[in-house]
Design a protein around this ligand. Structure first.
Ligand SMILES: NC(=O)c1ccc[n+]([C@@H]2O[C@H](COP(=O)([O-])OP(=O)(O)OC[C@H]3O[C@@H](n4cnc5c(N)ncnc54)[C@H](OP(=O)(O)O)[C@@H]3O)[C@@H](O)[C@H]2O)c1
Length: 241
């Protein structure tokens, strides 16, 4: 049995992953942005899930969640799932929050970051990026950054299994009702990477789609780009990895 945090678990793929992991007997920490969204998690909390609350568009709230978790039982895995498609929260939620949690929660041995096929359209540059969310951010850029973060963590923490997942275009609130890919397959890879002892899942630095490794954007494995990204994130947040 593992203890796993699933960020953004009030809805969509995060909710489905939390539900599955709980039903498999794992200890699950679910996360909602505020108390009113936490109400959507009551059923999982009633089944034994621990709840943390914090709006990931707000760095102080991310730090609050990290410090609450640092005082609790250690986590075995984190699924960095919370994400937004557009608007000012894109950079704060899609890259700043997973970066801060990664830096502030050093003990989990398995880290899974939600990427997207859209990361291929991302610009591999940290110049002129508005990390703070004063202006709308590019989803493709944010997903390229989080894919490179996953690979950088794999390089810098060899004891950690750090992987990125493209869940496919699936019919959640974000994906929309007409999304063509399989919703069930959309969360299975994250659960598998977070918990399975299958030798295929016990690998690091992967970019996965439906339990198969694929090649991400070349920049994700470019050490110079990774280092520039980590430096920009450290400078922006005042927190190093
Ligand atoms: N669906 C797709 O086709 C697709 C494709 C590629 C990648 N992805 C990625 O998969 C992940 C999950 O997406 P999804 O399709 O499940 O989206 P979703 O249905 O919109 O769910 C997103 C989750 O993130 C949470 N969240 C958003 N902003 C937050 C904030 N400021 N603070 C805390 N939590 C926040 C949401 O909470 P609320 O419910 O309170 O808003 C919700 O639980 C995302 O990272 C997304 O980029 C999805």
């Amino acid at each position: 049995m593992s203890r796993i945090l699933v960020t953004g678990s009030a809805d969509g793929l995060g909710r489905a992953a939390a539900d599955t992991l709980l039903s498999q007997g794992h200890e699950v920490v679910v996360h909602a942005r505020n108390p009113s969204r936490a109400a959507a998690l009551r059923e999982l909390v009633d089944q034994g899930a621990q709840l943390v609350v914090g709006d990931f568009a707000d760095r102080d709230a991310v730090r609050g969640v990290a410090s609450e978790l640092a005082d609790a039982a250690p986590l075995d895995a984190v699924i960095h799932n919370a994400g937004v498609w557009s608007g000012r929260a894109v950079m704060p939620v899609n890259i700043i929050a997973p970066y801060l949690l990664t830096a502030l929660l050093p003990e989990p041995r398995r880290l899974v970051y939600l990427s997207s096929g859209s990361h291929f359209s991302g610009r591999p540059s940290v110049d002129r990026v508005d990390w703070s969310g004063r202006t709308p951010g590019s989803y493709g850029d944010s997903k390229l950054f989080v894919t490179a973060l996953a690979a950088a963590v794999a390089r810098l923490r060899p004891e950690v299994l750090s992987n990125a997942v493209d869940p496919g275009w699936v019919p959640t609130r974000m994906g929309g009702p007409g999304a063509p890919d399989d919703l069930e397959l959309g969360h299975r890879t994250q659960e598998w990477l977070a918990t399975s002892d299958d030798p295929k899942a016990l690998t690091t630095s992967g970019y996965w789609y439906h339990q198969e490794r694929q090649e991400p954007h070349l920049a994700a494995h470019d050490v110079t780009f990774q280092d520039r990204l980590l430096q920009a994130l450290a400078q922006e947040t005042g927190t190093t990895l």
